[in-house]
Design a protein around this ligand. Structure first.
Ligand SMILES: [Zn+2]
Ligand SMILES: [Zn+2]
Length: 380
């Protein structure tokens, strides 16, 4: 069947809006008509080539829609079901999966990196009959897409599909980083660098765990209102003020005569922006014994010089994680139940809906840091 799609053909260039051919679902796969697809900062990193994936590729890894057809052997999902796609699919059998760490499944990470489904082939072809790859199993910016059945998480039919697409990336990544990775306790002092949709969900999850203070940091002062709406107790515009001394002061820091900090710093600092400079600032914002949680994915070519001695001498930690260390099939339905209470404020998260024809304007708006919350592509 034919499908409209946004194809990345060259890094750093606009996406090409094309009609692609979608093959029917094979064994253990489902065909989904997307209703809404979110534009995540990691898509922007893929488009720039900061996360280098093979091309041509249909971008997008945050999508929710309705099952159109199922392939042979699919028993738990049927036509008409509402589903949200996940961008990592545990194989269930590799050492990481057997340890309950399917978010870094070593078998399926290989297919993630090659842009195919789990048999090593894509389901899309362009007008010239050439194969087109899937970003992260999802290919969210195609109206129709084929997903492995374990990558299609069933949703309650009354859950709004525009909010449901956020359940595929920004909600589980933010909430998982707080609950699975940092294991925040009430009263922990925290800071979060980067108030995109993942950062806002991190703040919401920290508020849910009664962390205090919750210090939000973003280059753009215009993000203050939405950061506080989601639960931040303080906000620092890092383009106007150095966030490190500000966080030290807000966490009770005292300075020696030479200006060095003898106390202060947050128990946990989340770096969500993926910016290497912000990661260094995040490291300097933790207390002795504190933990830097690395959520944002820095560019592949980036490196950093951090003082190593303090890792041991002050028990400082830097913890990386992928996808909030969730088990998609278990944690996404649980998070959907929390979202149904309204506590996640997903209605406030979805700032704008756009049509696929204007996706390059959305990319430009993200480049200019003009997006507050999540912008989602509306297919109908
Ligand atoms: Zn994402
Ligand atoms: Zn696995």
């Amino acid at each position: 069947m034919k499908s409209k799609a946004a194809v990345l053909r060259e890094f750093g260039q606009p996406l090409s809006i094309e009609e692609v051919e979608v093959e029917p679902p094979k064994e253990g796969e489902v065909l989904v008509k997307n209703a809404y697809s979110g534009f995540c900062h990691s898509d922007f990193s893929v488009i720039k080539g900061d996360i280098p994936l093979p091309l041509p590729m249909i971008c997008g890894h945050e999508a929710a829609g309705v099952v159109e057809a199922v392939g042979p052997g699919v028993a738990n999902i049927k036509k008409g079901d509402h589903v949200v796609a996940t961008w990592m699919i545990p194989c269930g059998q590799c050492p990481n999966c057997l340890r309950g760490r399917g978010n870094i499944c070593s078998t399926n990470m290989a297919y993630f990196m090659t842009g195919t489904l789990l048999d090593g082939t894509p389901r899309f072809k362009d007008a010239q009959g050439q194969p087109v790859l899937h970003e992260a199993f999802v290919a969210g910016f195609s109206e129709y897409t084929v997903l492995p059945q374990a990558g299609a998480i069933p949703l309650p039919s009354d859950f709004p599909l525009d909010q449901a697409c956020a359940m595929g990336c920004c909600v589980p990544t933010g909430w998982g980083s707080v609950n699975n990775v940092a294991k925040i306790q009430p009263g922990n002092s925290v800071a979060v660098y980067g108030m995109g949709a993942v950062g806002l969900n991190t703040v919401a999850a920290l508020a849910n765990r009664n962390a205090n203070p919750i210090i939000a940091v973003d280059l753009e002062g215009s993000k203050e209102d939405i950061a506080k709406e989601f639960g931040a107790t303080h906000f620092i515009a890092s383009s106007k003020e150095d966030p490190v001394p500000a966080i030290m002061k807000l966490t009770g820091g005292m300075q020696a005569e030479d200006g060095s900090w003898v106390s202060g710093g947050a128990d946990f600092v989340f770096e969500v922006s993926g910016d290497p400079g912000a990661l260094v600032q995040a490291y300097w914002s933790i207390c002795s014994g504190g933990k830097t949680v690395v959520t944002g994915i820095p560019p592949a070519a980036s490196s950093s010089e951090l003082p190593l001695m303090l890792l041991a001498l002050q028990e400082r930690s830097i913890i990386g994680h992928l996808y909030g260390s969730i088990s998609p099939g278990l944690d996404i339905p649980a998070l959907v139940n929390i979202a149904k209470s309204g506590e996640m404020k997903l209605d406030k998260l979805i700032e704008k809906k756009f049509k696929i024809e204007s996706i390059n304007e959305t990319i430009a708006a993200m480049d200019k840091r003009q997006i507050k919350g999540r912008w989602v592509c509306e297919w109908d």
